[in-house]
Design a protein around this ligand. Structure first.
Ligand code: C2O
Ligand code: CU
Length: 660
């Protein structure tokens, strides 16, 4: 329903544009009494007003979603409708009272024409503002004003009050000029959208969320490179910290999907998904990244792990991208048990898509050394774009596994794509024991489960292997577990969808809905047409802006922060905050009632509103972005910045860093 109203409204707004242009073009013809044009004009007005009425209805229909959704439409459309309708009525009235002398129909005369041109201009600019943003509306506004004035002057100077028969070639020439003007405006807007060749994360505007401390403090601050964390030597804590060393070599490798399709992938160590890094909670993890990619930089970001800022692996924010032939050492303590993943954060929309990712699993410190649990990480990845081939590992079809009856099985489900993927587990009772690496409190047993795993998110499910087959389906590819490994998928009906807001039981958390928040931020996601970095794009804006114009969320160490995400667009946006875990407080105004629901990547669906909270306890400069990496590459990025933290790194075409 939301999607339907949202996109219908958008299409109507789009259709209003040519109608308004036609009306604006026809209006001055009134002055010279050309008869065809008043009819065209009347039709245009009728269409326009009809469209505006429909858009008001859309606004009313969205009232149940809240004022954030209905308000902009009502507030935006109502005035333009009022202006257009009033002037239309005035004009029609004058049309019925011809002045007597000349054979003029409909309203004419400079004042009347000015009113019509003005009304249509207002409407045109308003429609452009909503569809393509304020920048485009200003350009169009000036173009309309300028063109109106020029046409006016032309007619006045020529005292051209006698209708001239206009040849088709003149009409065509005028249309061509009009289109050239539109094209010129587009080229101008496109050029204006080109990002600066070098930009610093800390250079832009800041939003202090109602907090008291000052925004940026560039002087005497601490650099992200110094935020390497405590206890990152083997001798930390008395020298009994286990050091786990890995090397990840980024390289180009041709891989074969089980469907036979060959892909020129970018891999870590020649495989994709990359090697699973398995460590124990408390271990010191040391990963050497070596770049052997052809001519591109690379980094590794530890998605969901609240590492020290210097180890976060974001090109241009916490480090420079590692050049071909070079290497970089990441070092951090794995303090949180759970399922995480790692991926490149240089050109990540391209590099993750091409295979530069893998799983990172941190076993709990108290996990038994001998454990015969079948523990499998299942990474779902789509090759060749969102409409490409979905795989689990590299398998597109049915995989069969043999698991003896009675064994415990833990499946760690990871969605490496941007769009949500549905994982369905049938054939046995199941518990969902962790979300984004954090344990669910007292997860209840479900007869089977369907989980909408958002982009970048992880869900862990646990079951005891029965003597029947158990099937995991993931929107295409599937895995069948059975005692002899030969069973086909079971035919159980699709189970209910898991609602993490109501699953498990509540338990105390350090903060909650009624806490006092030091900072409150609201991030509204809108959808519009525009240009980004010199190319046309559908923009998903954050509070109307795109990177690097979205103000940085400024916090001080220790602050309790509340963020409200309002998704007014028609797409899912998996919002990922680096370096912190967020507690979901409410969805669509209703408080969560189950286990505390902690996330690092929260899929905010079309029309949804989420309120989350986190403790700012990990100083640095942290990306907060949509993990639909195509959206991020089109500017759906902002940063969380701690007062006093600076970064020496720059992003842009004039640097080696292109984080998305
Ligand atoms: Cu998984 Cu900023 O990324
Ligand atoms: Cu998005």
């Amino acid at each position: 329903m939301f999607l339907w109203v949202h996109y219908t409204d958008m299409v109507i707004a789009l259709l209003q544009l040519p109608v308004a242009v036609a009306a604006w073009w026809a209006a001055p013809g009134l002055q010279v009494g050309q008869t065809a044009r008043p009819r065209l004009l009347a039709a245009a007005f009728a269409l326009f007003i009809g469209g505006a009425v429909l858009r008001l209805v859309a606004g009313v229909l969205l009232l149940p979603w809240g004022w954030e959704f209905a308000g902009p439409r009502l507030v935006f459309v109502a005035p333009t409708l009022a202006v257009a309708a009033t002037l239309y009525l005035v004009w029609l009235r004058s049309a019925r009272k011809p002045s007597g002398e000349a054979p003029v129909r409909y309203g004419s005369g400079p004042a009347c024409v000015a009113a019509v041109v003005g009304a249509v201009g207002v409407v045109l600019v308003a429609a452009v503002a909503q569809l393509a943003g304020a920048g485009a509306a200003v350009v169009v506004g000036f173009a309309v004003l300028g063109a109106s004035a020029m046409r006016w002057a032309y007619r006045t100077l020529r005292r051209d009050h006698v209708p001239a028969r206009v040849g088709w070639w003149r009409t065509a020439a005028r249309a061509a000029v009009g289109m050239a003007l539109v094209a010129a405006a587009a080229v101008g807007l496109s050029a204006a959208s080109v990002l600066p060749a070098r930009s610093s994360m800390t250079g832009g505007a800041a939003d202090t969320g109602g907090g008291t401390a000052a925004g940026h403090q560039h002087h005497g601050g601490i650099s992200v490179t110094d935020l390497t964390g405590a206890d990152t030597t083997a001798s930390a804590g008395g020298g009994d910290v286990a050091v786990r060393r890995f090397t990840l070599t980024a390289q180009e490798t041709t891989v074969r999907l089980d469907s036979g399709m060959r892909v020129t992938a970018w891999t870590f160590n020649g495989v994709t998904p990359g090697p699973q890094l398995l460590v124990r909670q408390g271990d010191l993890v040391e990963v050497t990244l070596v770049n052997r990619l052809p001519g591109v930089g690379v980094t590794v970001h530890w998605h969901g792990v609240d590492v020290p800022n210097a180890m976060d692996g974001v090109a241009g924010v916490t480090q420079d991208a590692v050049a071909p032939g070079a290497s970089f050492v990441y070092r951090f303590r794995a303090l949180q048990a759970g399922t995480y993943w790692y991926h490149s954060h240089e050109m990540s929309s391209v590099q993750v898509r091409r295979g530069l990712f893998g799983a990172l699993v941190v076993l709990p410190a108290d996990a038994p050394a001998q454990d015969d649990t079948v523990d499998e990480t299942v990474l779902r990845h789509t090759w060749g774009g969102e409409d490409g081939v979905a795989t689990l590992g590299l398998a597109t079809g049915v995989q069969r596994r043999s698991v003896p009856a009675g064994r415990q099985v833990r499946l760690r489900l990871v969605n490496t794509d941007g769009n949500p993927a549905t994982f369905t587990l049938t054939g046995t009772p199941v518990r969902v024991v962790a979300i984004d690496g954090t344990d669910v409190h007292e997860p209840g047993v479900l007869p089977g489960v369907r989980i909408l795993v958002g982009g970048g998110a992880r869900y862990d499910v646990v079951f005891t292997m029965p003597d029947r087959p158990v099937t995991l389906r993931a929107d295409g590819p599937s895995i069948v577990y059975s005692p002899h490994g030969d069973a086909g998928p079971d035919r159980t009906a699709a189970p209910a969808v898991l609602d993490p807001a109501r699953y498990g039981t509540p338990t105390a958390t350090a903060f909650g809905t009624s806490s006092h928040f030091d900072r409150r931020f609201t991030l509204r996601v809108d959808e519009r047409l525009g240009f980004y970095d010199g190319h046309p794009a559908v923009l998903y804006t954050l509070n109307g802006a795109s990177f690097p114009d979205v103000p940085m969320l400024m916090v001080a160490d220790g602050d309790l922060v509340e963020v409200t995400y309002v998704n007014r667009s028609g797409q899912h946006h998996p919002m990922h905050l680096h370096g912190h875990h967020m507690l979901v407080l409410s969805r669509n105004g209703r408080a969560t009632t189950g286990s505390p629901w902690w996330v690092d990547t929260l899929d905010v669906g079309p029309g949804e509103t989420y309120r989350v909270a986190f403790r700012a306890d990990n100083p640095g400069l942290w990306m907060d972005h949509c993990h639909n990496l195509e959206h991020a590459a089109n500017g759906m990025i902002l940063h969380l910045g701690y007062t006093g933290v600076t970064s020496p790194f720059l992003t842009g075409s004039g640097t080696v860093n292109h984080p998305e």
